[in-house]
Design a protein around this ligand. Structure first.
Ligand code: AMP
Length: 396
């Protein structure tokens, strides 16, 4: 496999699949440029090594071809500023205009192509579309971990046209390295913290983690299904009754594998799903009718924090409560802080999955943990042990 650090980019056109799917407000201004910033090291590296760069990405979910609000032209100026280099924009990602623009490219040039998803062929993984895209580069770099679990034209199929000149960018390389470290090469004790709304969406990952960790902390809405399965009174808390049996099975599996499961012992319960609800702290297995658990309580924070601070490898996916509301954010903030303290003391910590990433950013702790994954769904699928088309296409 080719490697971005050792590849000779001199006079080569690098076609880079980036993830510039950034949030825009109604004025079409970028409200969070994390994804743009994340791709800068790879782009700068190619330029420094004497190559030129053609960038391709999707933005949003266009349904019917071109839609102004999803045009990548909205990111050009900000990207130029970040790179301190002029970025040219081409109004379509394939066709004669785009081909002419990338054909006589000079080292140091940077071009951004228009949104790939204005062509339905992108998501269909169309071969002809992939071939047309491939004309823009001499070497292909996949720097979009967030879409690596999709077999789209620009993320997977295109790699066939670069049999000897395909590689990962720095970002994807780091993502893979970080997840592999947790799954295959962890320093013990290892702890996974899983939270969020539903058990049903996290079953496969929990099963996989049971073979990889020493401790599994379960918080958030999904914890109540486990507590109810054990006979607890969870009041009106979130529950998936169809999964009670499976929850018990997972607890048994954990015991057989010697994995310690930690469920919240106390809960912040509310009389309605709102920031201004009346609240009470109670045992998680004795919440009572009319009350719903929306955050873990102080004793659970203490118990979970102790496990986390004694760990050497930590994975966190999913919030401990409804952290979007101030009244129920304490559990999630406290766990994030415990992970930061453990990291300071030498643990390796990986934060992944949409809401835990927003939480760690919201509480300004992103630089206090070892790695914050950019790929929500892709990271979960990789953790579950699935073959991701975007990764497989480069490795094959
Ligand atoms: P997920 O996408 O499955 O990781 O779920 C994240 C969502 O779970 C967030 O929007 C949280 O507000 C929500 N959540 C966390 N704890 C609870 C809870 N106790 N009750 C209801 N929703 C919760």
């Amino acid at each position: 496999m080719k490697n971005i650090s050792s590849y000779n980019f001199k006079k080569k056109r690098a076609l880079i699949r980036v993830d510039f799917n950034v949030p825009l407000n109604n004025e079409r201004e970028i409200t969070d440029d994390t994804r743009l910033k994340a791709a800068i090291p790879t782009i700068k590296h190619v330029l420094k090594e004497g190559g030129s760069v053609v960038l391709m990405s999707h933005l949003g979910r266009p349904e019917k071809g071109f839609e102004e609000r999803y045009s990548l032209k909205h990111v050009v100026n900000h990207l130029s500023n970040l790179l301190q280099t002029q970025v040219d924009f081409v109004k379509d990602c394939i066709g004669s205009e785009a081909e002419a623009a990338t054909k006589n490219f000079k080292p140091g040039d940077v071009i951004l192509l228009e949104n790939l998803r204005f062509h339905p062929e992108e998501k269909k993984g169309d071969k002809t579309f992939a071939k047309n895209l491939s004309k823009h580069g001499d070497v292909y770099i996949n720097e979009a971990f967030g879409t690596a679990h999709r077999a789209h034209a620009s993320t997977a199929i295109i790699a066939d046209y670069f049999p000897d000149d395909k590689m990962f960018g720095f970002l994807v390389e780091n993502e893979i390295k970080s997840i592999d470290k947790v799954l295959h090469n962890p320093t013990s004790p290892t702890t996974a913290i899983i939270g969020g709304a539903k058990v049903s969406s996290k079953i496969t990952i929990i099963e996989k983690l049971l073979s990889a960790v020493d401790h599994l902390i379960i918080g958030g809405g999904m914890a109540y299904t486990f507590v109810k399965a054990q006979g607890g009174n969870i009041g009106d808390s979130l529950v998936e009754d169809d999964y009670l049996e499976l929850a018990m099975k997972l607890l048994d599996q954990a015991e057989n594998k010697g994995v310690k499961i930690h469920l919240p012992i106390d809960t912040i319960a509310a009389d309605k799903f709102a920031d201004d609800a009346n609240v009470k702290t109670c045992k998680t297995n004795n919440i009572g009718k009319g009350w719903l658990g929306l955050d873990i309580g102080g004793k659970s924070v203490e118990k979970f924090s102790k496990v986390i601070e004694e760990s050497k490898t930590i994975l966190w996916n999913g919030p401990m409560g409804v952290f979007e509301m101030k009244a129920f954010q304490n559990g999630t903030v406290s766990i994030a802080k415990a992970i930061a303290r453990a990291t300071e003391n030498g643990a390796f910590s990986l934060i992944g999955g949409g809401d835990s990433v927003s939480a760690i950013n919201k509480f300004h702790l992103a630089d206090k943990v070892s790695y914050v994954s950019t790929g929500g769904g892709a990271m979960l699928e990789y953790l579950e042990g699935k073959d991701l088309p975007g990764i497989a296409a480069i490795k094959s």
